[in-house]
Each structure stands twice: as structure tokens, then as C-alpha cells.
Design a protein around this ligand. Structure first.
Ligand code: T5A
Ligand code: NA
Length: 220
């Protein structure tokens, strides 16, 4: 990697059970093996990061072991990203590719679905490192519901996922229209086989394998 380049920040978003974690792992392996470029340094982050003090509160909430006001849990999810913001920036500056499983877009989608104002939902994430590329795994809530493990957590209900998808679609439209500081938004059909989805993701990611030019953007 030439010294003028930094690592790429790539986010995978999607509904619950759309295959995000599966694909982030496959992508990590493929980036590490990328033949022409030589091995790429990669770190994976799965938001929410459940091991921090804030992450433990989020985990209890998601398992319905605690109740929190909608505003409070929204701010905790955002704070959980801020806990990692300087780590993300440092990795990128060192030329490491950062792969995140969910990010601020999930934060907005799940909270706006509950009726919190869209602009209010965006506000606490203003200033976070912006991804260079967000890959949205698009799947119908009906198909997602047939996948293993569905229904174990708070939001894994079909009517919730439908509302969440509507907000994701709005975010995607806005990002495709403005193409600004928050990077590119690319939709991937996640209803295909794991191998097919991995292939489609790779096509979008490959141009970023050797790093990207320019400074790290900020949301929004
Ligand atoms: N949340 C999160 C907020 O409300 N605000 C926020 O700010 C953030 C960051 C937990 C919850 O938190 C909410 C959103 C969530 O409700 P999470 O830890 O990411 O977020 O949990 P989930 O989204 O529920 O993650 P899952 O692990 O359930 O789903 P994934 O990662 O999308 O799916 P994955 O890869 O684990 O696959 C699920 C199953 O499907 C199979 C897999 O083998 C697995 O069994 N599978 C496929 N089957 C058929 N075809 C394919 N192409 C498949 N790909 C995977
Ligand atoms: Na996951």
C-alpha cells in the first residue's frame, strides 16, 4: 500500500438474520487472501460491541432482561459506536481495512421505526467516522424469518423488521441521491445463496482492497 493511502472503512448493514455476520467473516477471509494485493490487514467489528460496560447494558436490553426508555437505548447504541471511534480512525490511518457488522444506519432504522423523530435519531452519531462503502443486505422480512435463530431477540418480529426496512430504504435513497461525505450505499440481494451473496459483495469491495485516497469522512 502506498503511503498516501489509508485503509478502507466498509460497513455491512441489513435486517436481522440477513446474513451480515456470515458475510463479514467471509469478506475478512477473502481480504486476507487477496492475491494480487498481498495480504490485507483487516479488523472486524460487530456492533453493538457487547463486551464494554455500555455493551452489557445493550445486551441485557436486547434479551429483554431490562427495560429502557426508547431515547436511552438509542443513545447507548450511539455511545457504543463512539467508544470505538478513535480505534476505527487509528486502524484506518495505519492502512488497516475496517469491516463493521452494523453501524449508525442500524441505530437510526431501529429507533425511527419506534416513532422517534428521524433527525433526532441521526444527531448523536454526527461526527463519527464515515464508512467509504456501506453494503446493505436486502432481504424480505418473510425470508429472514425462516433463517436459523430468528426470534430469539427483542426486535426479531416480522412487523418490526418491516418498519425497520422502510427506514433503511429511506436512508439508502438519501445516500444514493446525495453521494456525499457518508460514502457510497450499495444494495445487495441477500436472498441468494451464501456463495452468491459473497461474490456480489466482493465485486463492490475489490476496488477498495488496496486502500483509499483522502481523509476519513464524518457522518453526516
Ligand atoms: N440495533 C443494533 C439497534 O437497534 N441499534 C443499533 O445502533 C445497532 C448497532 C442486535 C440488535 O440490535 C439492534 C439490531 C438488532 O436487532 P446484532 O447483534 O447484529 O444486532 O444481531 P442480529 O442482526 O440479530 O444478527 P444476526 O446474527 O441475527 O443476523 P446476521 O448477522 O444478519 O445473520 P447471520 O450471518 O448470523 O445469519 C443468520 C442465519 O442465516 C444463515 C446463517 O447460517 C445463520 O444460521 N444464513 C443463510 N441462510 C441461507 N442463505 C444465506 N445466504 C444465508 N446467510 C446466512
Ligand atoms: Na449478526
Amino acid at each position: 500500500m502506498s503511503s498516501s493511502k489509508r485503509g478502507a472503512f466498509i460497513v455491512i448493514e441489513g435486517l436481522d438474520r440477513s446474513g451480515k455476520s456470515t458475510q463479514v467473516s467471509l469478506l475478512r477471509d477473502r481480504l486476507q487472501d487477496a492475491e494480487n494485493a498481498g495480504p490485507t490487514k483487516v479488523v472486524m467489528l460487530h456492533f453493538p460491541i457487547r463486551t464494554t460496560a455500555i455493551g452489557k447494558m445493550i445486551d441485557a436490553y436486547l434479551h429483554s432482561e431490562s427495560e429502557l426508555d426508547d431515547h436511552t437505548i438509542h443513545l447507548l447504541f450511539s455511545a457504543n459506536r463512539w467508544e470505538l471511534a478513535s480505534t476505527i480512525t487509528a486502524h484506518l490511518a495505519q492502512g488497516t481495512t475496517v469491516l463493521a457488522d452494523r453501524y449508525a444506519f442500524s441505530g437510526i432504522a431501529f429507533s425511527a421505526r419506534k416513532g422517534l423523530p428521524y433527525e433526532w435519531c441521526r444527531a448523536p452519531d454526527v461526527g463519527l467516522p464515515a464508512p467509504d462503502l456501506t453494503l446493505f443486505l436486502n432481504i424480505s422480512p418473510e425470508v429472514a424469518a425462516t433463517r436459523a435463530g430468528y426470534g430469539l431477540e427483542r426486535y426479531e418480529k416480522e412487523e418490526v423488521q418491516k418498519g425497520v426496512k422502510q427506514v433503511f430504504d429511506k436512508i439508502g435513497r438519501e445516500m444514493q441521491e446525495d453521494g456525499g461525505s457518508e460514502g457510497k450505499w450499495v444494495e445487495i440481494d441477500a436472498g441468494k445463496t451464501k456463495e452468491e451473496v459473497a461474490e456480489d459483495l466482493w465485486k463492490a469491495v475489490e476496488p477498495l482492497v488496496n486502500g483509499v485516497q483522502g481523509s476519513i469522512g464524518r457522518l453526516w
